[in-house]
Design a protein around this ligand. Structure first.
Ligand SMILES: [Ca+2]
Ligand SMILES: [Ca+2]
Length: 325
């Protein structure tokens, strides 16, 4: 009797244990699904050097050449080596990741921090994919792309001696493109921060489009051909502590700029520019194709441009700024 009771009790416990196990399994599956669908995490991007060239690079000696994690890999060799959430190129960090790093990139929803100095020969794209096979996500989130304090991160179209011959194509492209689904509010419900970056030698240093919201903070756009920063298609930009210079003065390859503006607002884009300089650009320091309400300037220096300011603007004291202290 006691034995039967014990047996039945043991069976009951096994049933209960199985139920608990099944519940835990279901919970584990739920957590796994949540990890896949909920990104918004932070990944790191290492720096690099040009010898060995980024992409061919098992360095052999860890801790050199921008090798933040000391594993001897820099550039694209760092992009696919494991689920370490450390990448060697910016676009790979922004993507969902491939190879052994599959699923570990931010998939255009999260924060990418460049943690050691380097030159990045990439046309960076952030946002909603624009065509089949193009970079971006079908459902992007908020993205921050920044270099850590003290890190010199240069997104440069020109890689002297590039063995893949990509210089001309990059020089005709955009350094950082941000775009969402055209003619929708998708971009207005996402936030992009670009901070502490230098962008050089592209046709357009940055193009912000399709109702994107961006904060451009502490960046430098130098020696781009047609635009330093192009704000387009209803985008909203706050530009703080940023310098735009030398647009339109390319001296090799395709040298004819059109138009050579430092900062340009087109197709009902809006900008609030604060504590910034747009100087030494071939055409306008700032061009605004919209009304005066579309462009507000506060403590902005526009010097030695073809035309310092072209189009209407509002110059105003920032309402939270005190002149008495
Ligand atoms: Ca590494
Ligand atoms: Ca890695």
């Amino acid at each position: 009797m006691n034995s039967q009771t014990t047996h039945r009790g043991g069976h009951a416990r096994r049933v209960i244990h199985f139920a608990i196990f099944a519940a835990l399994l279901a919970f584990a599956f739920h957590l796994s699904a949540a990890r896949v669908s909920a990104q918004s995490h932070t990944v790191f991007v290492e720096g690099n050097c040009d010898s060995p060239v980024p992409g061919a690079n098992i360095v052999g000696t860890g801790g050199v050449c921008g090798d933040f994690d000391g594993d001897g890999r820099v550039g694209s060799a760092e992009d696919t080596d494991g689920a370490d959430r450390i990448f060697g190129t910016i676009n790979a960090a922004l993507s969902s990741g491939t190879g052994a790093a599959a699923g570990t990139g931010i998939n255009h929803n999260g924060r990418v921090v460049i943690v050691t100095s380097g030159r990045f020969y990439e046309s960076v794209f952030i946002g909603r994919t624009q065509c089949v096979g193009c970079p971006g996500s079908a459902n992007p989130g908020n993205v921050t792309l920044e270099a850590a304090p003290g890190v010199d991160a240069v997104i440069d179209a020109v890689f002297q001696g590039d063995p893949t011959g990509g210089n001309d194509a990059r020089r005709a492209s955009t350094g950082i493109a941000v775009a969402y689904l055209a003619n929708t509010n998708m971009g207005l419900t996402r936030m992009v921060v670009l901070r502490n970056l230098t962008v050089r030698n592209f046709a357009r240093g940055a193009e912000i489009a399709h109702n994107a919201r961006v904060l451009i903070d502490n960046c430098r756009f130098e020696n781009n051909l047609n635009y330093g920063i192009l704000l387009n298609f209803g985008s909203l930009a706050v530009i703080n502590n940023t310098q735009v210079s030398g647009t339109g003065f390319r001296t090799s390859g395709v040298t004819t700029s059109s138009p050579g503006h430092g900062i340009s607002l087109e197709s009902n884009a809006q900008a609030k520019i604060v504590n910034s300089v747009s100087a030494h650009n071939l055409s306008a320091g700032v061009f605004n194709s919209g009304g005066a309400a579309n462009l507000t300037l506060f403590k902005v220096g526009l010097y030695f441009n073809g035309t310092d300011i072209l189009g209407p603007f509002t110059a105003t004291l920032e309402p939270n700024y005190s002149t008495t202290n």
